[in-house]
Ligand binder design. Structure first.
Ligand code: COA
Length: 173
């Protein structure tokens, strides 16, 4: 039986921290789905379609990664797709409490014994978040080494568009 896992998030945009988790998780399972959540409560800089396109580009070198999008309850998506593991990255102790809460809630909701599996984020990336990357890159600061080159290019391109407010652009879902 194929061992399939999922790594979910907003990925607005994907960073090298995420990519590091994806590369490591892809080695652990036959197939890793990177699932981009459509979250109406979290304003997006890139649309979900743009994020999926960017994610496909930057993971094209990993043959067993597929990119998908979903909305609604993560557990419904997991149960419908037969994933044996839900992968999460832990950056610092500050992530822990929230992750514990989500993992315990998801454990009640997951069917088929799906496990939440935590990978420790590479310390090189433990201080970054997608919001911080967007802010620094759009204001001309260097994010070299923190995101794939293609992501840095897409942020700068987007931020130069007239009328774009880097932190408050709403995604057209
Ligand atoms: N490297 C770099 N940055 C990282 C990272 C890593 N390894 N891991 C997390 N981050 C960043 C993310 O980019 C994000 O930054 P942002 O807030 O600036 O966008 C931040 O840390 C939080 O990441 P995460 O906790 O993964 O949030 P998310 O919004 O990306 O994803 C879901 C949240 C999808 C996991 C969660 O909202 C969900 O499950 N939603 C579906 C609804 C549901 O089922 N809810 C009940 C859950 S019990």
């Amino acid at each position: 039986m194929e061992r399939k896992a999922v790594y979910a998030g907003s990925f607005d945009p994907v960073t090298n921290g995420h990519l590091n988790i994806i590369e490591r998780a892809a080695k652990m399972y036959d197939e890793l789905t990177v699932a981009i959540v459509v979250n109406p409560n979290k304003p997006g800089f890139f649309t979900v379609d743009e994020r999926a396109e960017i994610m496909s580009q930057v993971t094209s070198h990993i043959s067993n990664v597929r990119v998908d999008t979903f909305s609604g309850l993560l557990a419904d998506y997991v149960n419908a797709n037969g994933f044996i593991a839900y992968v999460r990255g832990l950056r610092a102790t500050t992530d822990f409490e929230n992750e514990l809460q989500m993992a315990q809630m998801n454990a009640r909701l997951f069917k088929n014994n799906t496990e939440t599996v935590f990978l420790m984020t590479d310390p090189k990336y433990s201080f970054i978040s997608s919001s911080l990357i967007k802010e620094v890159a759009s204001l001309g600061g260097s994010v070299d080494g923190l995101v794939p080159d293609y992501v840095a290019f897409r942020i700068k391109e987007q931020a130069l568009m007239p009328g774009i407010d880097i932190l408050h652009r709403r995604t057209q879902i």
